[in-house]
Each structure stands twice: as structure tokens, then as C-alpha cells.
Design a protein around this ligand. Structure first.
Ligand code: SAH
Length: 248
């Protein structure tokens, strides 16, 4: 099954962009995923091809019109009917590796890229659109966010990554940041590689990596560490509860 990405944008010339080279580009050449770009302006209803209008209530900037967006979404859905529709917006749910993994396991995705002040709010409920953010930053348009989302999905498609295991050991896959990496030279400007990594003792290396993962997650990402630690404690108490139930 080919993962089908449909991108709704005012700047189709931005695609495939970075998705046309390296891993993603090769995978596309091999038919592992397909890309269609839809020009939102083609769905404008007036002769001037207007896609935006001034914000209701006043204020700076322009807002993408709901009728134009809905027509573009309906067109994209007809060609990619099983794919979820995702709008890129800083107001959306922060994107996670878990959501990326779920998307990559599906038929594809229809991605709506905003510009100006963003979308008329009514399009989300009116067309069942999921709102997704790529971080607490504001971009000038949804296109780089769409490229991020698609890149993250594409590398997980079957046969795209060289070593299958490189997908599962990575940051976020087990709720932690990945451990740090090193390679030759063994010494660089007086800085050495941790001795354990040169020991050849695989069990010791695995233990070191796990502990580094935990140390770094704890200090760099308390937001990840808290749920990870919580989940680690939870099964143990769950098991205890079960045993107690059995004892009774
Ligand atoms: N007025 C909006 C920002 C608009 S930025 C606000 O304050 O929430 C213009 C477009 O860039 C958005 O419609 C969206 O498609 C895209 N964009 C900007 N930042 C983004 C982010 N962090 N994640 C996803 N898309 C983003």
C-alpha cells in the first residue's frame, strides 16, 4: 500500500522540496509514498481568486476563508478518501512520535497549510479537521510544518529506513530521549569516548545507554521524565495489587 500525502497549500512550489531528496526522495521514486499538491487558490469562488478576508472583529492580517478551504478539502478527500485531514496550526495538539507512528501505519494524510493569520475556525468542526502544531513557535506558513510531519511519517514506512531497528531505539519511542552517540576518532581535542563504549561488553553498554537515556531525559525534558517515571512505578504497584488480590 502506498502512503498518499495530499498537501493543500497556496505555495505548491515548496513541494516536494526537502522531501524530494535523500531518504524521502528515494522512497518516493520507489513508490513507497506519493505526493499530490492542491493549490487552495483553485477553489476560490470569485473572479479575483480571493482566498482570504479581513478578520471578523477587526485586527491585523488576513484569515483564510472557510468556503474556499472546505472546497479544497472536499476535492482532496475525493482523491484520498481514507486519509485523515490535518491542519497545521500553532493552536493545535503538539505533534508526537506516537501520532506520527499511527499516521505512518495508515493510508496517508491530507495536510492543510495555513498562511497569514490562519484559518477561519469553522472549517475544523465543519470538515472534521484535526489541528496539529509542530512546536511552540510561530512559522510564516504551514508548509515547513507539513514537511516536518510528512518527513517523520515517511521514514517510518516499511522498507524506507535501512536498519529497521534504527526506528525503534530512537528518542521518544520508549518515552525517553535517546542516549548520546560517539564515533572515531577515539580522542578529539583532548575529549575521549566513554570507556564503556570501547569495552566490547554488550550488556554493560546497554546498561550505560539506558542510564544515560534516563539521566538526560530527567535533566533536559522533565515533561517526558514525569510520565515515564510514573509509568515505571505504576506496573509494579499494579502487579502488587494483583498478587494481593490473589492472596485474598
Ligand atoms: N495567527 C496564528 C499564527 C499564524 S502563522 C496564531 O497566532 O496562532 C501562519 C500559518 O503558519 C498558520 O496558519 C499555520 O498553518 C502555520 N504555522 C505557524 N506556526 C506553526 C506551528 N507551530 N505548527 C504548525 N503550523 C504552524
Amino acid at each position: 500500500m502506498t502512503f498518499r500525502a495530499t498537501v493543500l497549500t497556496l505555495y505548491p512550489e515548496m513541494f516536494p522540496g526537502p522531501l524530494g531528496v535523500s531518504l524521502a526522495g528515494r522512497a518516493r521514486d520507489e513508490g513507497k509514498w506519493a505526493l499530490d499538491c492542491v493549490q487552495i487558490r483553485d477553489f476560490a469562488i470569485d473572479k479575483h481568486k480571493t482566498v482570504d478576508d479581513t478578520p471578523a472583529g477587526g485586527g491585523a492580517g488576513m484569515v483564510l476563508r472557510v468556503d474556499v478551504l472546505a472546497a479544497a478539502i472536499d476535492h482532496a478527500r475525493a482523491a484520498n478518501p481514507a486519509a485523515p485531514v490535518i491542519a497545521m496550526t500553532p493552536r493545535g495538539t503538539p505533534l508526537t512520535q506516537a501520532r506520527v507512528r499511527a499516521l505512518a501505519a495508515g493510508p496517508g494524510v491530507i495536510v492543510l497549510c495555513g498562511r497569514f493569520e490562519g484559518f477561519d475556525e469553522r472549517v475544523f468542526a465543519g470538515r472534521g479537521v484535526e489541528e496539529v502544531s509542530v512546536g511552540d513557535i510561530v512559522l510564516s506558513g504551514g508548509e515547513p510544518a507539513a514537511i516536518m510531519l510528512l518527513d517523520a511519517c515517511i521514514r517510518l514506512l516499511p522498507g524506507v529506513m535501512g536498519a529497521a531497528s534504527s526506528g525503534t531505539e530512537e528518542s521518544f519511542e520508549n518515552g525517553l530521549l535517546e542516549y548520546p552517540h560517539y564515533t572515531r576518532p577515539a580522542e578529539w581535542e583532548g575529549r575521549t569516548i566513554p570507556e564503556v563504549l570501547r569495552s566490547g561488553d554488550h550488556a554493560k553498554i546497554a546498561a550505560w545507554r539506558k542510564s544515560q537515556s534516563e539521566i538526560d531525559t530527567r535533566s533536559r525534558r522533565p515533561d517526558l521524565w514525569e510520565p515515564y517515571e510514573g509509568a515505571r512505578v505504576q506496573p509494579a504497584s499494579g502487579a502488587r495489587r494483583k498478587k494481593k488480590d490473589m492472596d485474598q
